[in-house]
Design a protein around this ligand. Structure first.
Ligand code: FEO
Ligand code: CA
Ligand code: CA
Length: 628
């Protein structure tokens, strides 16, 4: 049955006078709807009816859950592969459930808060997982249970729990995988691991420090959110909230506009590394701040390889790196910058991928054009649809000149946010992951939420049409099969909402949101071989008020054609689910439980004294393809 709201809006769209009004307001057609006193986004924009069921989603959807346990679709099992603190490299001590492992222990153990990850097959029964360890939960990391590091040893332990864990896994006869230990592949990359810069900003004066006067070498990676995988078999790890690691006790330290653009708050460093490790004191070493916020390439199959920060991809709060190869051969990387009002980027290599010469491909991430997206409304005034352009962030063009403070391409890349401001890209509702549909090349991006949308300085726009957007949306764009294209069309795959709290109106969501699948804050995103869209959430789990009936954070699966969405899995208390990696046969899916019990309310997994972020291995009891 159509709801009256849908019919009402359908009528409005049919009304020629109204249509003229929308068309007349141009790119902000939808804004006109909202600010003109009409209280809803026209929810029939994508479909008048809830989507039909078709065969793509082969599992039974499950109800929301608030239990301190995994809930998963019938016929599936979710088991722990590895958890924070588990021994990883040779000589690693056992995990201490009271937090007494030292910094030196942690350097040899699996890191904390596992996030994005990729699977690299060795043969049919063996593979290597590269897994980000984004940040730490201090109350569980430290024996003292405090929210801050209180000594250099604490800082070193925190640094050792960050970065990336490389883990060899082997499948036994029952489709289950186990960690191989010892293994020549197992490796920890931390906030202290030596790496190098490459690309246009390598060696730039803004990257030079007392410890590295050439601006070519850097220690460590941290804030490693999500990931990407290149066609030549390397791992991309994406540095996100790097600003939270820098501070100073120098009371009169003046934050520069460039630092401010990356939200540096030096008086209140979230992890207070700067109190004990001077490298993170921005008054003492201001350029160290510029050496983070990049995408780092790692060869997971070469334990001796030095990770490389690829500056051509720009510096911002990187979420993931969705890599695809254009039909014409160029490497294309779609990237989101996760902060309210930040942008979506695309990188296109100058050269072409050469499958026969993997080493030649390494320079593709150093020589290319970085673009940023502008989303405009549909010229016909159709809501939740429109067109867009990719604007090149090229020194000397479009105002990226000395007058605006840019003196080189390195300046543009180091200050990518400021460059995107100059070319007037579209401010989005916190871009998180991007995934490319292998069947049609369309790219999907989670815009997780933006409670400040519609406030002063953050006006509504066609692609971000909802004020106080607490639920988020998934936008997708279509480049007509040419990933190098400068133009695209876009629409909204789902405007998330809660029909339980809001039976009608803009917070109800598009028709593919129902009382049975309602969720907020889509974040992780990935496609499987068959074209199922896997959606992971990192949102509010209060299960009350605006979030009633949504339960804990969850994993859902969408059908990109019909729009149908079903709940597949729910995580334990106060966690987020993140990271998504399939084995090549699509019979095992790895998903991460990150920060279970961040509210002090979980003993996940296995009734652990301290909750532990863990990699979950998901298989089907009948050994079939996941989701089919
Ligand atoms: Fe690390 Fe935007 O999530
Ligand atoms: Ca995320
Ligand atoms: Ca998030």
């Amino acid at each position: 049955m159509k709801d009256t709201l849908t019919e009402l809006n359908a009528d409005r769209l049919r009304d020629p006078a109204r249509r003229k009004l929308i068309a007349g307001s141009g790119a902000l057609g939808l804004t006109g709807f909202l600010s003109g006193g009409v209280l809803s986004v026209p929810l029939n924009a994508l479909a008048a009816e809830p989507p039909a069921t078709r065969a793509l989603l082969g599992f039974q959807g499950i109800p929301a859950s608030t239990a301190d346990a995994i809930a998963i679709a019938p016929g599936y099992r979710a088991e722990v592969l590895i958890s924070w603190g588990d021994p990883l490299v040779n000589g690693a001590p056992a995990f201490d459930p009271d937090g007494n492992n030292s910094a030196a222990d942690q350097e040899k153990q699996f890191g904390d808060n596992n996030d994005g990850m990729s699977f690299f097959p060795l043969d049919e029964q063996r593979g290597v997982l590269a897994i980000n360890n984004e940040y730490v939960n201090e109350p569980t990391l430290f024996a003292h249970g405090g929210k801050k590091a209180i000594s250099l040893e604490d800082v070193r332990k925190s640094q050792a729990a960050h970065g990336v864990s490389i883990v060899e896994v082997q499948r036994d006869g029952e489709q289950r995988w186990r960690v191989v230990r010892p293994s020549r592949y197992n490796r920890r990359i931390t906030a202290q691991t030596p790496m190098r810069f490459s690309g246009p900003a390598a060696g730039n004066s803004a990257l030079q420090t007392a410890a590295d006067p050439d601006g070519l070498q850097v220690l460590g990676t941290f804030g490693n959110c999500a990931n990407g995988k290149t066609p030549w078999g390397t791992y991309l790890t994406c540095e996100e909230n790097f600003d939270t690691y820098f501070g100073t006790r120098q009371a009169d330290y003046a934050v520069t506009p460039a630092q401010q653009r990356y939200t540096l708050h030096p008086a209140e460093p979230e992890r207070n590394w700067s109190d004990f490790d001077p490298r993170f004191d921005v008054a003492m070493h201001p350029n160290e701040f510029n050496r983070h916020g990049w995408i780092v390439e790692i060869d997971p199959l070469n334990p001796d390889s030095v990770p490389v920060k690829r500056t051509a991809l720009g510096r911002f709060k990187h979420e993931n790196a969705a890599v695809t190869v254009a039909k014409s051969g160029e490497l294309v990387v779609y990237m989101g910058d996760d902060e309210r009002g930040e942008y979506i980027y695309k990188y296109v290599s100058h050269g072409k991928v050469d499958p026969a010469r993997p080493s030649a491909n390494q320079t593709l991430l150093d020589n290319g054009t970085l673009y940023v997206a502008e989303f405009t409304g549909d010229a016909g005034g159709t809501p939740l649809k429109g067109t867009g352009r990719w604007l090149a962030l090229q020194f000397g063009q479009h105002g990226l000149t000395a007058e605006n403070g840019f003196h080189s391409q390195a300046d543009v890349l180091i200050n990518a946010r400021a460059a995107a401001d100059v070319v007037k890209a579209t401010r989005m509702d916190r871009p998180e992951w991007i995934a490319v549909n292998p069947h049609d090349g369309r790219a999907y991006c989670t815009l997780t939420n933006n409670s400040k949308r519609g406030d002063e300085g953050m006006p509504l726009n066609a692609a971000n049409p909802r004020p106080k957007n607490i639920y988020g949306q998934i936008i997708r764009w279509d480049e007509q099969g040419d990933a190098t294209a400068r133009q695209f069309s876009w629409d909204i795959f789902v405007l998330c909402g809660n029909p339980i709290a809001h039976p009608a109106g803009i917070y109800r969501g598009t028709p593919n949101v129902t009382a049975d699948n309602t969720f907020n804050s889509p974040d992780g995103l990935g496609f499987d071989r068959d074209g199922r869209l896997w959606i992971l959430t990192d949102g509010k789990y209060s299960n009350t008020g605006e979030y009633q009936g949504q339960g804990n954070n969850q994993c859902l699966v969408g059908d990109p054609v019909s729009g149908e969405i079903r709940r597949f899995m729910v995580g334990p208390k106060s966690c987020e689910l993140t990271g998504i990696a399939f084995t090549p046969d699509y019979k095992t899916l790895f998903i991460n439980v990150q920060h279970p019990g961040e509210e002090g309310d979980s003993h996940f997994p296995n009734n652990s004294r301290r909750p532990r972020s863990s990699v979950m291995m998901i298989t089907r009891e009948d050994g079939g393809v996941i989701g089919a």
